[in-house]
Ligand binder design. Structure first.
Ligand SMILES: Nc1nc2c(ncn2[C@@H]2O[C@H](COP(=O)(O)OP(=O)(O)O)[C@@H](O)[C@H]2O)c(=O)[nH]1
Ligand SMILES: [Mg+2]
Length: 271
């Protein structure tokens, strides 16, 4: 029998000779308890929309055991100050903040890494997704079998400019034809998924448009539900049609490569 090795006594830490830069804190301290749902919202220069959106989400999930995780993507406006002040009013609100702007996908990932619930719902931070739809998607996923890892929103009546709607229709058409992901609207920011499933997917910038294809690649099932879409009332869109097209060309090739390299055991049995 081996004896328990006593824990080594810690020497009182000597004061460092030279100032040492502390390791960057990436994730804020989580409050105690496990919520059923984590609502993750990426925000970049959304000071005009974020506080009202947080209140709307709180109203939509009233009575549920949930948390909100807003991820400030190094906004240059007052987004962070407004959200920080709002924490006194909304105790279920957590605010994480990137030191450098890293994009929508990275912001979502930061929120999901910090999320404490097994089910995550994402929403755009500009208020275009309607929080009233979010609990329905979250509850549907909670009630679904484990293999169903994601329920994506599909915007029924897009409230965007004609140019954006045409570009989006074209982009969605090409993507679903090439990737066979069965998704009509991957650009919809409102999605519910299992946190664990999301974290199994490879990360790259703009991955948020390829979640259906990547979930299927991992062997999960996915579903879609129609959702409301609203006008952007404040702030400006962070994407241009040209910028989106440029990123999509290489991302599509990348996801096709990932699909071609997928092998799936169809389930794992422990004997
Ligand atoms: N494009 C972009 N969006 C970001 C970034 N960081 C966070 N976001 C958020 O991602 C969401 C979607 O962006 P939005 O401009 O509304 O896209 P659109 O609805 O397609 O015009 C918003 O909540 C943004 O605030 C970023 O660096 N770039
Ligand atoms: Mg938007």
């Amino acid at each position: 029998m081996t004896e328990k090795t006593p824990a080594p006594r810690r020497k009182a830490a000597a004061a460092p000779k030279a100032p040492v830069k502390a390791a960057p804190k990436t994730v804020a301290k989580a409050p105690s308890g496990t919520p059923d749902f984590s609502v993750v919202v990426p925000v970049f220069d959304e000071g005009g929309a974020a506080p009202a959106l947080a209140r709307e989400i709180a109203g939509a999930f009233k009575g549920a055991n949930f948390e909100m995780v807003f991820v400030n993507d190094a906004s240059r406006d007052n987004t962070l100050a407004l959200l920080t002040a709002l924490k006194a009013e909304l105790p279920m609100l957590r605010v994480l903040s990137h030191r450098k702007n890293s994009g929508q996908s990275r912001s979502i990932r930061t929120g999901i890494l910090a999320a404490r619930a097994p089910i995550v719902v994402t929403l755009d931070g500009d208020g275009q997704n309607d929080p009233a739809d979010a609990p329905r998607l979250a509850q549907a996923l909670k009630a679904a079998p484990e293999e169903l890892a994601m329920i994506g929103g599909e915007r029924v009546k897009r409230q965007d400019s004609a140019a954006k709607k045409i570009a989006s229709r074209f982009g969605n058409g090409v993507r679903s034809w090439l990737l066979k992901d069965g998704a009509a609207d991957t650009g919809c920011g409102l999605k519910a998924f299992r946190r664990e499933a999301f974290l199994r997917l490879p990360y790259f910038d703009h991955i948020h448009r390829y979640l259906p294809a990547l979930m299927l690649r991992e062997g999960y099932q996915i579903a879609f539900q129609p959702v409301n879409h609203r006008h952007r009332e404040t702030g400006v869109s962070k994407y241009t049609n040209f910028g989106r097209l440029k990123a999509s060309a290489s991302d599509l090739l990348g996801v096709m490569w990932l699909q071609s390299r997928a092998r799936n055991p169809g389930g794992v049995d422990e004997v």
